[in-house]
Design a binder for this molecule. Structure first.
Ligand code: SF4
Length: 496
């Protein structure tokens, strides 16, 4: 049964921020912000409003903001110097809403009123302006109500990011992402371009051939540019056979100057797709970093989320990768999975600790509309999906015991507990590509179905273009995909 939280606002302009803040305080509710421009067509929402009225009414007036919830009302004056300036009013609305909802719900949020995906951006910008830790912390706390721990985390991560970005070539360089849009099965929470491999086996050679065509385009367009990182993700790249992986990697080496590559990552991802011959292909190809992602080390949860591999398979794949010689292995886990609480997270961390990976990426479950999770919640309720401060602390403490330092962080919409995703790694094993994705300091050319290419201009402007998500449309429209990229990168010239 869906639970709606209808909010009436007299202005449309700040709808995204209003929606995000109510969502942060009321996880599990479907937030409906109704403005004078909204046409309510959903009958369920119409019925809720007719029977119960609005849960909240927000009025943004010339010199005052008022929030009403039943008999309770909160108000604040808009500073005279902010009146009439949209950006400044938006900041006032966000501060006021956070403070009012915090009082109303008797709840402080770890990230305060920051609702964007990059909470470290403020710290990084302020560091670049020459501000010190105390100034950054003060700003994050007084303006955005960020907790002391999260403010410090932002500063620590921003400093690491700043150092790592300097090792890359900026807009004179570029990176490549290759998406392999197949997986052994589809996970309950998945919203990525992914197709169950059993239905696509006979099209996988054609898929590799299409990517080869895209690689030829990249070689021509980016001749003379420095290739900084290569990332093969998905989906699950190791759903390709060892021969297909070899063919793809041979093409990269034959066509591009790989001598400048500082990081070559392949997401081995699912343990049920990893074999010794595939790992050997990757190791011989000088892949520097792989991921073996359990998400949880609890057998019951693995089955519940549709992974269809066992904890033992993860352990075996990890040991096999170590024996073959991989010295930078990442593991991804998710907190807030169905039925998991602190006890299960503790088990996961303890099991991972025995393996001692070189990096650990801790995700907070994000409930995406495109995933099967929505339906699951309607049937089972949201209360079984709980990420908590305690779970986050168990993961952070485990990472610290393993000698891993936080080096990147991002948030997504609809995250369990309104927390964040954090990448931890040993010194020297930080994932450069992850930082590039977050900080957008260089173009990433993306190949494969559903991938999104990004053109970062020297002035910081960013433009994007997408490949078709559907595998058949990608295969039949490969020339069109390449044309899209030619348009996107039309100004890239040979720097030789
Ligand atoms: S392994 Fe990743 S990409 Fe594949 S189905 Fe699961 S969540 Fe989706």
């Amino acid at each position: 049964m869906k639970q709606y939280l209808p909010v009436k606002s007299n202005v449309t302009e700040y709808i995204y921020d209003i929606h995000a803040l109510f969502g942060a305080f009321y996880p599990g509710y479907l937030i409906k912000v109704i403005t004078p421009e909204t046409k309510v067509t959903d009958r369920e929402v119409q019925a809720v409003i007719a029977q119960e009225g609005y849960a909240f009414t927000l009025e943004i007036l010339q010199n005052e903001i008022i929030l009403t919830a039943g008999a309770q009302s909160y108000r604040c004056a808009i500073a005279p110097e902010h009146q009439g300036t949209s950006y400044l009013i938006k900041q006032e609305v966000k501060k006021f809403l956070y403070q009012s909802l915090s009082k109303h719900c008797d709840l402080q949020l770890p990230w305060g009123n920051l609702t964007g995906i990059r909470p470290t951006k403020i710290a990084l910008t302020m560091l670049e302006e020459g501000r010190d830790d105390a100034q950054i912390k003060d700003f994050l706390q007084s303006e955005h109500f960020v907790s002391d721990a999260k403010a410090q985390l932002s500063i620590d991560i921003a400093k690491r990011e700043q150092g790592l970005i300097r090792t890359l070539s900026g807009t004179r360089g570029y990176s490549i992402y290759i998406g392999i849009a197949f997986c052994p099965t589809t996970c309950l929470y998945c919203s990525f371009p992914s197709n169950p491999v059993f239905g696509f086996r006979e099209r996988m050679d054609a898929y590799v051939a299409a990517i080869e065509k895209e690689i030829d385009y990249v070689a021509a367009q980016f001749a003379g540019r420095v290739l900084d990182t290569v990332y093969i993700g998905g989906g699950t790249p190791t759903t390709l056979s060892a021969q297909q992986l070899q063919r793809l990697i041979d093409k990269l080496y034959a066509t591009l100057d790989m001598s400048t590559v500082k990081e070559f990552t392949v997401e081995a991802g699912r343990a049920d797709s990893i074999t010794e011959d595939k790992l050997r292909v990757l190791h011989e190809a000088k892949v520097t970093r792989i991921s073996i992602n359990p998400q949880t080390m609890n057998e019951r949860t693995l089955q519940l989320i549709g992974r269809r591999h066992s904890v033992q398979q993860v352990i075996d794949a990890f040991h096999q990768a170590r024996e073959i010689g991989f010295t930078n292995i990442n593991m991804d886990i998710i907190l807030g999975l169905p039925g998991e609480s602190e006890r299960e997270v503790e088990t996961t961390i303890r099991e991972i600790e025995k393996l001692s990976p070189d990096s650990l990426t801790v995700h907070s479950l994000a409930i995406k509309k495109a995933s099967k999770m929505q339906k699951w919640i309607e049937e089972n309720g949201i209360t079984t999906l709980q990420n908590t401060d305690g779970c986050m602390a168990i993961a952070a403490e485990g990472a610290a015991r393993m000698g891993l330092l936080p080096y990147y962080l991002y948030r997504q919409k609809h995250m369990s507990g309104n927390f964040e995703n954090t990448g931890y790694a040993k010194e020297g094993c930080f994932g450069l590509y992850n930082i590039l994705i977050m900080e957008e300091v260089q173009s990433i050319v993306a190949l494969g179905a559903g991938s999104i290419s990004k053109h970062v201009y020297p002035d910081g402007r960013i433009e994007r273009c997408e490949n078709a998500k559907d595998v058949d449309r990608y295969l039949s429209g490969i020339d069109e995909m390449i044309e899209r990229k030619k348009n996107l990168y039309a100004d890239i010239i040979d720097l030789h």
